[in-house]
Design a protein around this ligand. Sequence first.
Ligand SMILES: [Zn+2]
Length: 135
Amino acid sequence: MSEQQQTRTVGIENQLDGVGIFYLIISIIGLIACIVLSQDEAIKQTGLSSFLIGLGIGVIAQGIVFWILFKAGAEVIRLLKKLNGLQYDGVISGTEGSGTEYTCTECGTPVAPDAKFCTNCGVSFEEKEEEKEEV
Ligand SMILES: [Zn+2]
């Protein structure tokens, strides 16, 4: 009997994704606020409306840049984890919807397609195939 350990935790990659989306939402709110303020009659008279629209565009631009940077950072962590045969949260873009999902036959943990052993229960996949061939 092998003990199954459920130590699956949310990795930093998903936190980075969350921070990126947070930045994007904040910048969208900033853009809307700038547009709304620029339409204000009193602000229009001071000539600040064009400045506010410019500011809004700057805010959304940096928001998108941060969002992409955080997304890319999360992607890099996932790829590094995958290369090292570690579990990762989320989906690496390009692999989504491929229809191929590799899970451990012993404990059902998702594993990398080229993984030699399960990162959760440690069962070796190579040996199993060899055993089958011998029998
Ligand atoms: Zn396993």
